[in-house]
Write a protein that binds this ligand. Structure first.
Ligand SMILES: Nc1ncnc2c1ncn2[C@@H]1O[C@H](COP(=O)(O)OP(=O)(O)OP(=O)(O)O)[C@@H](O)[C@H]1O
Ligand SMILES: [Mg+2]
Length: 276
């Protein structure tokens, strides 16, 4: 059972003056960011800006540099048991996709979520309710036919669905997704986005880190721009997802178009003219 004594807090995440390294690289140097509970948020920035590192800080895969005046709280708490935390925050990262052995079967990928482990192990026990829940999630995600297939023999999109299922076994309050549709074809992208939208409609908070504007669902209301490990803008989605703001963030000329509540960036006219 998770400790719900923190229900008073209004934040999923609060970072104050957080510094963090990846290897020898200082990625964040005094980062300040607060993500409120229930606010569907996209963190958008170019390659290398620190998006995946932020996600790793949140999931406690990496820890900030100690400084007396710094604070990193998740659901109002400084300290978490990693397993307990992962039952509150469902995380799907690309690293996770790479860590899975080729031989883990689909059903075991799902079940491994209960122990926050990679694959299942002989000493792990699953209750009938847990087994049933995993089966019903596979049905919901449309992957039940692949339950016995080894992970290494699935397509990228099928693997991504199993990892989403793995994150969902605990019915987490919030889902953290890192570029969820990269590598997926059009149909798999549409299907995946629809699944995420369904989850949001049923109350799951989404925190998405991405540089793909097209995968930001209409239900996302807040956008944070990150660049070189610094938050450079933080506002309503329609204020930030404009041609000039996105061009500035990525340091290239794009036009941002919006349709059906989604956004897409296309090369701007200046870029087109350069080649004619
Ligand atoms: N294992 C590592 N060792 C050293 N430096 C790293 C390591 N992983 C990432 N970095 C560096 O940390 C910085 C932030 O990387 P991060 O992966 O968080 O960026 P990102 O915004 O997720 O980029 P992308 O859009 O390419 O996924 C980059 O400068 C990157 O080179
Ligand atoms: Mg990344």
């Amino acid at each position: 059972m998770t400790d719900r004594n923190d229900l008073g807090t209004n934040n999923v995440l609060e970072c104050r003056n957080v510094s963090a390294y990846r290897g020898g690289t200082l990625v964040f140097d005094g980062l300040n960011l607060c993500i409120g509970r229930g606010v569907n948020t996209a963190i958008v920035g170019p390659n290398g800006s620190g998006k995946s590192t932020l996600l790793k800080l949140l999931s406690r895969e990496i820890y900030p540099v100690y400084a007396p005046e710094s604070l990193l709280q998740v659901y109002g708490r400084d300290r978490w048991n990693v397993e307990e935390l992962r039952s509150r925050l469902g995380i799907v990262s690309h690293d996770l996709q790479q860590e899975y052995g080729r031989h883990a079967r689909g059903r075991d990928v799902m079940l491994s979520g209960y122990y926050s482990s990679i694959d299942t192990h002989p000493h792990q026990r699953f209750s009938p309710a847990e087994l049933d829940h995993a089966e019903s999630l596979m049905l919901r995600l449309g992957i039940e036919a692949l339950a016995d297939r080894p992970f290494g023999r699935m397509s990228t999109g099928q693997q991504r669905r199993f990892l989403l299922g793995r994150a969902l076994v605990h019915s987490p309050e919030a889902l953290l997704l890192d570029e969820p549709t990269s590598g997926l074809d059009l149909s798999a992208t549409v299907h995946y986005i629809e699944t995420i939208r369904d989850l949001m409609r049923s109350g799951t908070q989404l925190i998405l880190v991405t540089h793909h504007l097209h995968e930001i669902p209409p239900e996302i209301t807040r956008v944070v721009f990150i660049r070189d490990g610094r938050i450079v803008a933080d506002d309503e989605k329609n204020t930030l997802l404009t041609s000039s703001r996105v061009s500035e963030l990525f340091d290239c000329d794009v036009d941002v178009v919006s349709l059906n509540g989604f956004y897409q960036a296309v090369p701007g006219e200046r870029i087109g003219r350069k080649w004619t």
